[in-house]
Design a protein around this ligand. Structure first.
Ligand code: ZN
Length: 687
């Protein structure tokens, strides 16, 4: 019996053979691909020739492609279309893949060659990208323990395997708790306050769960946030809020408290092996920020003004509640509800009035159109290509000289998909094939969790949903426009406090009136969004920014604090979080929805651990960067767009990120545009 994962993938642009792959194919395919990878590395290390860039660095970058494509498929399926059987394989594979990684990065003979080249890097005639990939690989090896003594290396490998197990379990526990909860609404009284689009989404969710006569609110963000915003039923809002914020804390098999505590202990041990006092210190040493002091300084710049703003916002909510003869204490499950009421009065802005102008299809067209005008690329639908779920749209992406990649758009929430929104890849762009091999084109996927409209009705997005769509699409462009030689430097393989720049920057085009006039059209009448509504949307942009900024900054500060611990005593994450929020002075009624027990950014992997600040760090860059277009007087200014493509969206990690930004902008970024963008430079509004 042949394993389709190990056979050549002859689908379009090298897509996986989705239809033939079975769960039981993964474990043997991983085993074989890992074996092949080690054979490739042994061959590089055993070469009788002296180490050269080509026979060592370029060869290492080319090695393991079979493992990479199997791993990418597996990672994408476990995130977007999982099953109990696939989850079992995931738990089995996580430590094995981590052990493989340790074998790769502790390959002494291979590292000796890389280390020798690294020592000689100024004298061996490398161009900029070659030097960058050599330095990057060297650092990858060092950070994975290549320079540790043998006994420490062994312990390091054990720690990494256990971390892989635990982070896998953490994510599975969150999904289990999300799927275990559904708020069933049975009567008109239960639906009080919900506008038609929320009812339609709840009806659809009920149908998907086999409930013929009712409405269901799930813990998916695009269900829960509208419910908390509109439901007149304070008791139901409280029940929904409590379920949402207690994911991972229910005890039993899906309890994430001990999982998070052990992850933190092991991360501290990992950091200590590398000679760092804390995990935050270790993690930040490979970022633009470099130090905890730099991160804290940035967060503190927004913390005080945002907190003051949130206190004012709460006063307005209290006044609104009183005017309705309702409770004067604003609880976390009340904030969005009264904020929406204040917003409707102050800006005459009603979500239910806005959403008909934001059908999903139109917003996808808007994102494609902006990419076309900025970067000269086009998206051609390929409905003939079936992938892993019928809801996924497939597009071939064309540049001036033909196809540049494939784009998968997976927009709807479903129980088999983890919550949130993210970009991922099936294959990274590179031009480091063997002799005569063509360039490798990227295959990029965007995942969202929009509540699907009822059959026959469009899926209508909120303005925030549309922003999320543009955000993920910006990451997608970072992968699709990548134009580098080495896979290690490709696309989003950049430092993590740079990676949110292309995504957050792209959100700015959604707010351009010209883009809205063209694409935000009423789904029934086709009429473009009225100027007055655009104006009201823009005036409302700073509304509730105290609440949003405080919630975000609190989560980022708790992340930093919990990863800055220097004692290896197991931590009670719930008590730690409460104490830290008290110390910070989180304004009453705000409430955080990224609690440590379900904070997947921090614990479903390590990419954002001690790294939740990166959104704000990148916001300094995106706010400053977009002003280049404002200064040029044209949101699609060809020369600014050309520099943006060259130094940001296409450059991957081939240029040091600070230098890349300065090459695009002509200077470094300052924080004022970010503060202005959040409305935190202005005096507090009183009306
Ligand atoms: Zn992002």
């Amino acid at each position: 019996m042949t394993n389709p994962l190990l056979a050549p993938w002859n689908g379009p642009v090298g897509l996986p053979p989705f239809a033939e792959v079975r769960v039981e194919h993964f474990a043997p395919a991983f085993a074989e691909a890992m074996r092949e990878h080690l054979v490739e590395l042994d061959a590089i290390a055993a070469s009788p020739d002296a180490a050269t860039f080509d026979n060592t660095i370029a060869a290492f970058d080319r090695a393991g492609r079979s493992l990479a494509r199997i791993g990418a498929l597996f990672g994408n399926l476990t995130s977007s279309e999982t099953s109990p059987a696939l989850q079992a394989v995931e738990r089995e594979m996580a430590p094995l893949v981590a052990a493989h990684d340790s074998r790769v990065y502790n390959h002494a003979a291979l590292f000796a060659r890389i280390d020798a080249l690294h020592a000689e890097r100024d004298r061996i005639g490398l161009d900029g990208e070659q030097r960058r990939v050599l330095e990057r690989f060297h650092l990858d090896f060092v950070r994975a323990g290549a320079k540790l003594a043998p006994a420490e290396q062994e312990r390091h490998a054990v720690v990494m395997q256990r971390l892989a197990e635990l982070t896998t379990r953490f994510g599975q526990n969150v999904l289990a708790d999300e799927n275990a909860f559904q708020l069933v609404l049975e009567s008109e009284a239960d639906l009080a306050g919900l506008p038609p689009f929320v009812r339609a989404a709840a009806r659809q969710a009920a149908a998907e769960r086999g409930i013929a006569d009712g409405w269901v609110v799930t813990l998916s963000r695009s269900h829960i946030v509208p419910f908390l915003t509109f439901s007149e039923r304070r008791d139901l809002r409280e029940a929904a809020w409590r379920a949402w914020t207690r994911r991972g804390e229910h005890g039993g098999a899906s309890d994430n408290r001990p999982v998070a505590a052990e992850i933190l202990q092991l991360r501290l041990e990992q950091a200590r092996l590398h000679g760092h006092a804390s995990y935050a210190c270790f993690a930040l040493s490979d970022t633009m920020a470099q130090s905890q002091a730099a991160v804290t300084a940035l967060l503190e710049q927004v913390w005080q003004p945002a907190r003051a703003r949130a206190e004012d916002e709460r006063e307005a909510l209290v006044a609104m509640a009183r005017s309705r003869g309702e409770n004067a204490t604003i609880e976390p499950w009340d904030w969005r509800f009264y904020a929406e009421k204040v917003r409707q009065v102050r800006f005459e802005l009603d979500e239910a009035e806005v959403k008909p102008y934001f059908p999903l299809e139109s917003m996808v067209a808007a994102a494609f159109d902006c990419a076309a005008r900025l970067f000269g690329i086009s998206f051609v639908a390929r409905p003939d290509i079936a992938v892993y779920h019928p809801d996924v749209q497939v597009y071939e992406v064309h540049g001036e000289a033909g196809a540049i990649g494939l784009f998968l758009h997976d927009n709807f929430a479903r129980p088999t998909k983890r919550s949130g929104a993210w970009m991922s890849t099936y294959r990274l762009q590179s031009k480091n094939g063997g002799a005569g091999e063509a360039a490798v084109l990227p295959i990029v996927v965007n995942n969202n969790n929009f509540a699907k409209g009822a059959p026959g009705a469009p899926t209508l997005l909120s303005f925030d949903d549309a922003r999320t769509l543009f955000h993920e699409f910006g990451h997608g462009l970072h992968g699709l426009l990548s134009n580098v030689r080495y896979e290690r430097l490709s696309g989003t393989n950049v430092l993590r406090d740079f990676v949110e720049l292309p995504s957050q920057l792209f959100e700015h085009w959604l707010e351009e009136p010209a883009v809205l006039k063209r694409h935000a059209r009423h789904w029934q009448t086709g009429a473009p969004i009225p100027d007055a509504l655009i104006e009201r949307l823009q005036r409302a942009r700073h509304f509730n920014q105290g609440f949003e900024t405080v919630r975000y900054a609190a989560s980022a500060l708790v992340d930093m604090a919990v990863h800055a611990r220097t004692t290896s005593e197991p931590v009670d994450v719930v008590a730690f979080e409460r104490a830290e929020l008290d110390r910070l002075g989180l304004p009453a009624g705000v409430g955080v929805n990224h609690r440590l027990v379900h904070f997947q950014h921090l614990f479903s992997g390590s990419a954002y651990a001690a790294g939740y600040y990166v959104y704000l760090w990148a916001e300094v860059l995106d706010a400053d960067g977009y002003e280049a277009f404002v200064e040029a007087g044209d949101p699609f200014h060809p020369e600014v767009a050309r520099r943006l493509a060259r130094f940001i969206y296409s450059a991957g990690n081939s240029i040091e990120p600070g230098a890349a930004y300065r090459a695009f902008r002509g200077r470094a970024a300052g924080p004022e545009p970010m503060l202005r963008q959040r409305g935190l430079l202005e005096p507090v509004a009183t009306s």
